[in-house]
Design a protein around this ligand. Structure first.
Ligand code: PMP
Length: 394
């Protein structure tokens, strides 16, 4: 049997990490893998997480199973964090999942169960896992224009034109904030225009939100998802706590299905629990419990929000520093998009050849599509990267 298996392509980002580790150069810079790193290059355990873990260790009396959809208190706290008061709580079904990836996967499975003919529209480009899971599940994928490689902003006219080719029941996958890999995002007016189109054509929005708090702030980053959930009859939302709580390996995510009435909610809730049962039964609890403890405790929550805000502002400072340095070196504003992008990533919009050249010549590691992880920089490496970008002729 095993001989029938086909070898799978190696993950490009993991290969890049390996090459970085093996590079002996001291001044090498890792802008590849999508984890937050502080100025010392460390991915820290957040203070509130440590405090909650300590408390949990003292107070937890059992590790017995929780529930197929996870702890309802986790769902409640996360729904409030993401959706605020945008929708009736009674219309939202939710289930804990192993990370945001688990939520994305379960959402795609739900789409397939509910409407096997639905196509899923994804942005060009999008997080590669979206496409690979869709392919794995044999769901037809349609790519819509998104990133304008000239302006490095959103090609909104192209996006709308492409979304107009979707048919009733098709699913439109949108990034809630901090678009991965581009860093280019919709503004409030554009979100509203997308919502109008979705409703005119009977299209179903699915929002992937993995970086709430990394862009313009916790509330600001939820603007798009809240507008969509409040104004569309049905919305799927896949959320991740990996980045904003810094609990990557704890695998903490949530899938939400927002219906337009409580009857729809009940059916969705059963379906989400069923899907968890089929795939892994009970979702992981440790990370979800820490998140719940933090969100429901005033002091822990304030400390978490403060540390997240420091993280966000630190990335904005690095963005501005890089854009300023490039402005100084080139005498032009063509890199100002770096300061306008939001989140951990910016797509430089250059060729794989030049990305490779910067790796070979300068020890700068970024993903081949020219995505750079802003958090991989610090005050010392910003000018080094800027010089390398100019030298490579980007
Ligand atoms: N969606 C997007 C767009 C992401 O960038 C990520 C993280 N790389 C995820 C979902 C899910 O992350 P995780 O499974 O680690 O929570």
């Amino acid at each position: 049997m095993f001989e029938n298996l086909k070898s799978q392509p190696a993950d490009k980002i993991l290969m890049l990490m390996q090459a970085f580790r093996e590079d002996p150069r001291e001044n090498k810079i890792d802008l590849g893998v999508g984890v937050y790193k502080n100025a010392e290059g460390v991915t820290p355990v957040m203070r509130a997480i440590k405090a909650a873990e300590h408390k949990l260790w003292e107070e937890q009396t059992t590790k017995a199973y929780v529930g197929l959809a996870g702890d309802p208190a986790y769902s409640d706290a996360m729904i409030k964090l993401i959706l605020g008061d945008a929708v009736e709580r009674g219309n939202v079904a939710a289930a804990a999942t192993p990370g945001g990836t688990g939520a994305v996967r379960q959402a795609f499975e739900l789409i397939k169960m509910a409407n096997p003919g639905a196509r899923v529209f994804v942005s060009d480009p999008t997080w590669p896992n979206h496409v690979s899971i869709l392919n794995y599940l044999n769901i037809e994928t349609v790519v819509y224009r998104y990133f304008d490689r000239e302006t490095r902003g959103v090609n909104f006219d192209g996006m709308i034109e492409d979304l107009k080719t979707a048919q009733k029941g098709d699913v439109i996958l949108l990034h809630g904030c901090c678009h991965n890999p581009t860093g280019a995002n919709l503004n409030a007016v554009q979100w509203q225009e997308v919502i109008n189109l979705l409703n005119e054509r009977g299209l179903i929005p699915m929002i992937d939100i993995a970086y709430q708090g990394f862009g313009d702030g916790l509330e600001e980053d939820a603007l798009g998802v809240r507008l969509v959930a409040a104004n569309c009859p049905e919305t799927l939302i896949a959320a991740s706590c990996s980045k904003n709580f810094g609990i990557y390996r704890e695998r903490t995510g949530l899938l939400m299905a927002v219906a337009n009435d409580a009857g729809g909610q009940a059916l969705n809730q059963q379906t989400l629990a069923f899907l968890n049962r089929q795939n892994y039964s009970f979702p992981p609890d440790h990370g979800a419990r820490l998140v719940t403890m933090i969100l429901n405790d005033e002091a822990l929550r304030a400390d978490w929000a403060a540390e997240l805000e420091e993280t966000r502002l630190g990335m904005l400072t690095l963005r501005q520093g890089l854009a300023d340095e490039l402005q100084r070196l080139t005498g032009s504003d063509r890199f100002s998009f770096i300061a306008q992008h939001r989140g951990m990533f910016s797509l430089l919009g250059t060729t794989p050849d030049l990305v490779e050249k910067m790796r070979v010549d300068n020890g700068i590691y970024m993903v081949g599509d020219s995505r750079l992880n802003i958090a991989g920089l610090n005050a010392k490496t910003v000018p080094i990267l800027a010089q390398a970008i100019v030298d490579a002729g980007v």
